[in-house]
Write a protein that binds this ligand. Structure first.
Ligand code: MLT
Length: 268
């Protein structure tokens, strides 16, 4: 199903199940299908898994500009879908940056926040330089030279060995993202603001989930988020990298369900 947001940009959304709305925001440079191991949760919730603008089957009539723009796309999307009740917003990595902006920009729309393998801090100068290098490679040679190195950092080497299907899916999603979206999103990631102060405004129950072996947004990022978010709890998943919802779906789904039960949003 596609909905037009910001005037003309058609956003694809996979919407399934009924009950508490759970907005699932994917990481970079992926799409909604990274959440397929969460589809069983549609037995008790309404899963709303969009492709952010430019990614997957969504259009990019105007390119990605900022995390805040992607958050306001989500507000329009929910409006078009007729969802007025507060939703649980769950975002992994880049999706987590968008989720933070959404929670700050639209506090009345949020029942709970789930931040997965993400961070509050802006990019360091070194991280920005690294993104500039990636942009130069993509502009001159396309994404192919980066695919293996990106996937290597997303999941643990054990999961890469044991779950070739996971590697295949990640490679496929990276390869099918357009050059224009890769470049515009890398600029937006590099320029995203530091959220460590703004996140203090968030008072809804918050779950932080991180893979113990995450090398992109390590456990220390979530430790610092724990100190900044007033109503947060944290789950660290052992033997798991950056893609915890894909790498360890059973533990992830159980942690999410338990959290939503504990805060009274779904029944036990
Ligand atoms: C992601 O997984 O969304 C990206 O690694 C985020 C980032 O590069 O900051």
């Amino acid at each position: 199903m596609k909905y037009a947001v910001a005037g003309t940009t058609g956003l694809f959304v996979d919407s399934r199940g009924t009950g508490l709305p759970l907005l699932l925001l994917h990481g970079f440079p992926l799409d909604h299908s990274m959440w397929s191991a969460q589809w069983p949760l549609a037995q008790t919730m309404h899963l709303i898994a969009p492709d952010l603008r430019g990614f997957g089957q969504s259009e990019a009539t105007e390119p990605v500009q900022s995390m805040s723009q992607l958050a306001s796309d989500m507000d329009s999307l929910l409006m078009h879908m007729g969802i007025e009740v507060p939703v649980v917003v769950c975002g992994l990595s880049m999706g987590g940056y968008v989720a933070q902006h959404f929670a700050v920009q639209y506090p009345d729309r949020v029942a709970a926040l789930v931040l997965v393998d993400t961070k509050l801090e802006a990019d360091s100068p070194e991280a920005r330089e690294q993104r500039q290098k990636q942009i130069r490679v993509i502009e001159h040679h396309g994404v192919e030279p980066l695919v293996d190195a990106v996937v290597e950092r997303l999941i643990t080497s054990a999961h890469a060995r044991e779950q070739p299907v996971l590697v295949e899916l990640l490679c496929k999603l990276i390869r099918r993202t357009s050059k224009a979206t890769l470049v515009s999103a890398l600029h937006a990631l590099a320029n995203r603001p530091d959220m460590t102060e703004a996140i203090g405004e968030v008072t809804v129950p918050t779950l932080l989930v991180v893979g113990r072996e995450d090398v992109i947004t390590p456990v220390s990022c979530m430790d610092s988020a724990m100190r900044k978010i007033s109503n947060a709890r944290m789950v660290v998943i052992p033997d798991c990298g950056h893609m915890s919802s894909m790498e360890s779906p059973l533990i992830f789904n159980a942690a999410l369900t338990t959290f939503l039960q504990e805060v009274g949003l779904i029944s036990a």
